[in-house]
Every structure is written in C-alpha cells, then in structure tokens.
Write a protein that binds this ligand. Structure first.
Ligand code: SF4
Length: 331
C-alpha cells in the first residue's frame, strides 16, 4: 500500500477582496485580488507559483503568512485549520511559516550589523545567549557566507544584493521554520548570481525538509527549480501540475503564451502573438466567465459567461487546467 503524503501547509478556496474608494468619489469598489486559490506545500519540495505582476501571487503569500485576513477560505498547518492575528499564536505560526521578501534591504536595520540582526531574531524566539553566537555562525555558513565572522560584523549597505538575500534566507532559517514563502527571491538580483541563490534555496529545502513556495514571474526558472508549478492569472489559478509537464506541454492558452514569451535555451522558439501577452484585466471589475477570455485566441462562446473549473488532464500525473478546451479530454 502506498502512503499518501500530507501537506505541511495547505490552502483551500482562499479568496481576498479589497474595498477601495474611487478617486474624488465616495463610491467604493471591490478589488478581486485572489479568488478560490487552493495550494498544498510538502516537506522537502519546491512549489512554484507563477504569474505576471498583479496576478495575485504575492497576495497569496501574504495570506499564507497570515499577514492579512482572507475574505474566505481555509489555511491548514499540519492538517489543523488555523487563523491567527497577533500575540503568542501569531508568533508560533511565524516560527513555522516564514515569508522572505523580494528586496530584503528595507527590512534590515541599517545601523545594526548582520550578526546583530540574526542575534535579535534568535533572542526574540527564545534562544539563550549561550547558543546564539554558535547559531549565527552556523546560519552564515549554511548560506555560504564564510568565514562567518567576516560577515557578522558588516552592515547591510556593505553587502551585495546576493549577499543580502543570503542573509535574508539565514534570518528566515534562524527559527527553524517548516515552510518558507519566498516572494520573487531573485528578481532584483543580477542574472549572474540568481542561479546560485536558487540552488541554495533548493539545497536547503531538501536538507531541512522545508516546504518551499517559490513565487516568480519567470516560468522558465520554475522548470529547473520546482517540483510542482501552479500558474495564476488575474487572481485565479489557471493551470498546475509537475513543473516539467506544465512548462513543456502547457495546456492552458495563457500558460502557452507565458512559456512562448519566456527565454529558454532548451526549447525551440514558439511564436508570440503581435503585442505579446497584452494587458491583464482590471481586478475591480474582472471579466465574467474565464478571466482570460478577452485575450484568449481560442475563446469559446461559453468562456464569456461560465468560470471554467479545473479539468484533470489524461495521461499526466496531477496535471490540470482551468479551461473549457479541456472539458472533453478530462481523465
Ligand atoms: Fe481561452 Fe476559454 Fe480556455 Fe479561457 S476557458 S483560456 S477563454 S478557451
């Protein structure tokens, strides 16, 4: 009998709507930032959440980190439904689920050394003084900043972008989390050093049995880095499955355009329509039915009125697409 894996962190039907006031008017509008997102993160595995700016992927990360309340939906940590806002329960949750931001510079105290920043985190989470110095050295070594003493005494402005992102990883690991939510962790780094940081994250996920959510707009990197890839468009999940399948045999027309427009030396160039991907829709009044229908070259009449559910695709392990084109081919 095969044992079924249980997710460490799981979201079911997560939605987030923001109410905003129109400029110069008292009227309120609702921004549908995230609608009906379900995700499962497993120990030692990398899951990529891919989408353009404004697709809702960073909002999903903040919801999973419980930095904002969800409008609806459920979050489960190790199978237990959990909603936290502040206080002890929030601190305990943060110890298990860490969020890493795109640009860590703003989150460092500019007048505190790197060693001081890491010591502060360890003290806040109850480590005693005897083990703190040793732990700081171990963390810096783990993120390949050696010799550790040389980096512990530096200030954030004395480090490169890649070194700061490694410190940001060390800070997240300081509390031994089960889950790491990495929001565009390499998008602000030089291309030449991105691979090193991604490889480090993958190695740490495997060694520490971390459930890692890798949020990115770069679908090509998801193929090489993540076990599973989920694609978001205009606040909704549109496709998901094993990364190799999603990136090499994309089933949803949006993913196909995303893949075609991403440079990938391992894939022949596919034609991208004139004008590229075009502009995503407003989330204040998103299109009815499939949100991609105004840009979709293959739209059917029902696409304008009915939201496509997830269709599981035949012959592929866990590959699905929320697209009416796959209604008949569901396995
Ligand atoms: Fe295109 Fe329709 Fe599929 Fe949406 S559901 S991607 S509009 S074919």
């Amino acid at each position: 009998m095969t044992a079924t894996k249980s997710p460490v962190l799981e979201a079911t039907g997560l939605s987030k709507h923001f109410t905003v006031r129109g400029r110069g008017t008292a009227r309120h509008a609702v921004v549908h930032a995230v609608d009906d997102v379900s995700l499962a993160l497993f120990a030692g595995e990398v899951t990529a959440l891919v989408g353009e700016s404004g697709s809702g992927k960073s909002t999903v990360a903040r919801l999973l980190a419980q930095l904002m309340p969800a409008t609806s939906g459920v979050i489960r940590l190790r199978g237990e439904e959990i909603t936290v806002r502040r206080g002890k329960r929030f601190r305990a949750y943060v110890r298990s689920v860490q969020l890493m931001l795109q640009d860590p510079f703003g989150s460092f105290n500019p007048v505190q050394t790197i060693g001081g920043t890491l010591r502060r985190v360890l003290r806040m989470h109850g480590r005693d003084n005897a083990e703190i110095t040793e732990t700081v050295d171990r963390l810096l070594t783990e993120v390949n900043l050696t010799p550790p003493a040389q980096y512990a005494g530096r200030f954030p402005h004395e480090l490169s972008g890649g070194q700061r992102q490694r410190i940001s990883i060390a800070r997240a690991l300081a509390v031994n989390p089960d889950v790491l939510l990495a929001d565009e962790p390499v998008s602000m780094l030089d291309v030449s050093i991105r691979l090193g940081v991604l490889n480090l994250l993958a190695k740490l996920a495997a060694e520490r049995a971390l459930a890692l959510l890798y949020i990115t707009h770069d679908i090509a990197s998801a193929r090489y880095f993540a076990t599973t890839t989920v694609v978001m468009y205009a606040g909704r999940m549109v496709e998901g499955g094993p990364s190799e399948v999603v990136t090499q045999q994309p089933a949803h027309p949006y993913t196909q355009l995303l893949v075609a427009s991403a440079p990938d030396p391992g894939r022949p160039l596919a034609p991208v329509p004139p004008g590229g991907l075009g502009a995503p829709p407003s989330l204040i009044d998103p299109p009815q039915g499939c949100r991609f229908h105004p840009r979709c070259p293959l739209a059917l009449p029902k696409c304008t009125t009915e939201v496509p559910p997830k269709f599981t695709l035949a012959g592929t392990n866990g590959h699905w697409a929320a697209c009416w084109l796959h209604e008949k081919s569901e396995s």
